[in-house]
Design a protein around this ligand. Structure first.
Ligand SMILES: [Zn+2]
Length: 206
């Protein structure tokens, strides 16, 4: 399950909600700074005279996802903030960080997928440099790979593949058995044979 944390910040003024039908893109950014956290970015952007952190969402190197402006108008891609949701990534992927931590990478993939589920009208996912003259998100940012992974269609697994995954994962059994117990307690046992494949598929495809 995707966890999105709230930042403990105060906006200067009111954020402008975006018309979700007009959102057609996601832009990925780095911070051009190896360690600045979301609170520092918020300070920098307030120093610009902005309402606060300009990104819609923000991911640190440990893979924590924070909500910035969310689906309100972002301030991160000049001239395009009326139709783009921006994701900021902690780190300097142009000069300092040569490899993205796996947790941050996975959080990026998950968040892109999640946003695209919220806003099906999104057609483009790209780096900031696609819209503006900038190096952002940096030459070491795993841009193509992250986008490809996020857009990859989840393959439909066969019932056999799902069972094999369950069998090879002790936690999988735990979840499956807990689900069965829950089903029996709520009187769903008669239909459980029908729904078990669906249930396990849900568990394994997130
Ligand atoms: Zn950028």
């Amino acid at each position: 399950m995707l966890q999105i944390k709230k930042l403990d910040i105060k906006w200067n003024g009111t954020l402008k909600p975006l018309d979700k039908n007009k959102i057609d893109a996601i832009a990925l950014h780095h911070m051009a700074h190896p360690s600045a956290d979301a609170y520092e970015i918020d300070k920098w952007h307030k120093a610009n005279g902005w309402a606060g952190i300009g990104y819609g969402f923000w991911i640190d190197k440990k893979g924590n996802i924070y909500e910035g402006r969310g689906f309100n108008q972002n301030a991160a891609v000049a001239d395009h903030n009326g139709h783009i949701i921006s994701i900021g990534f902690q780190g300097d992927y142009e000069n300092v960080d040569k490899e993205m931590p796996v947790l941050q990478y996975n959080a990026g993939v998950d968040l892109i997928r999640w946003i695209m589920k919220q806003i099906p009208s999104i057609k483009v996912v790209h780096g900031h440099k696609y819209w503006n003259n900038t190096a952002c998100p940096g030459k070491y940012f795993p841009l193509e790979k992250m986008i490809a992974d996020a857009l990859k269609k989840e393959e439909k697994k066969t019932w056999k593949q799902i069972l094999q995954e369950v069998a090879s994962d002790p936690k999988g059994w735990e979840i499956a058995i807990n689900s069965l117990v829950l089903a029996s307690e709520s009187g769903m046992m008669n239909s459980i044979y029908k729904y078990l494949p669906l249930l396990l598929e849900k568990i394994y495809n997130r």
